[in-house]
Design a protein around this ligand. Sequence first.
Ligand code: IPE
Ligand code: IPE
Ligand code: MG
Ligand code: MG
Ligand code: MG
Length: 292
Amino acid sequence: MRTMLLTDLTEIFRVRTEKLIDNYITNSGIFPAELKKSLGYSVLNGGKRVRPLLVFAAGLALGGKLENLDAPAVAIELIHSYSLVHDDLPAMDNADLRRGKPSCHTVFGAALAILAGDGLQTLAFQILAEHPCDLSAEQRLQMVQILSAASGISGMVAGQALDILGKVDNLNDLTQLQQLKTGALLTASVKLGMAGANQWDAGLINFADNIGLAFQIQDDLLDLESDTETLGKPQGIDAINKKITYPQLLGAAKSRQKILELTQTALASLQHLGENGALLRAVAEYLLQRKC
Ligand code: IPE
Ligand code: IPE
Ligand code: MG
Ligand code: MG
Ligand code: MG
């Protein structure tokens, strides 16, 4: 019964996020039309919306107001979607499928895909600054700090640079790379939720750090073991691109074990929240059994 309720809740947050994004993109005056299409194509395309879910789950766990979590939930999904559009470009991973459809650059060309990514990124910060709700100026500034640090040169962009430079050859450096390229945005999701609730909780950061690393190890495992249709992106592309991954360095069995250990550590960090941590726990459990 409780599991059903939590599943329904996570679905409600997905729908809520998508409605908000739809309003900012589909129902907006963005022009030229090709740019607007490329933006909608890149973000209203069936992502799992894990990062917005974490924003809502963290913010609500600390007593935050739902309306004050909308802007950061949307902003982080826009940043994440931009990172995927650029990640797929021929100059990066050269992937022609994303979320089950041809990648943005395959449909609109590389130039428009670069611009769509740029547009999604800047829109994220505009929304943090402007979205109508009763977030204070201090809270908005804190959100801008969290999101810019996690997505930029001290976070995702640095991780992506390490990834494409291809020099990493050991587990320690790979862990750092994955924490930067993927973990940083997942931890930022929880921090944004906390900023929305105006509460700080170190346990939640520990939760997100562990979930964040587990997330990328699982992404690498799925790339190795799943299939293109289930993933909605090209299976086996890490080997084609000669990427160093956890399964490659540790083997699949130890990688699976590592994901379990990280998730257990993450869940243990929520104990002090009691029932208030139920939604965060549900997200962690969902991530553990995800197939794409
Ligand atoms: C894929 O992220 C890229 C990584 C950081 C591993 P997701 O698995 O969250 O992708 P979507 O948003 O559901 O498509
Ligand atoms: C990408 O990692 C992480 C980003 C910052 C976009 P991957 O290159 O493994 O992500 P997928 O597998 O293409 O989604
Ligand atoms: Mg990549
Ligand atoms: Mg990729
Ligand atoms: Mg991958």
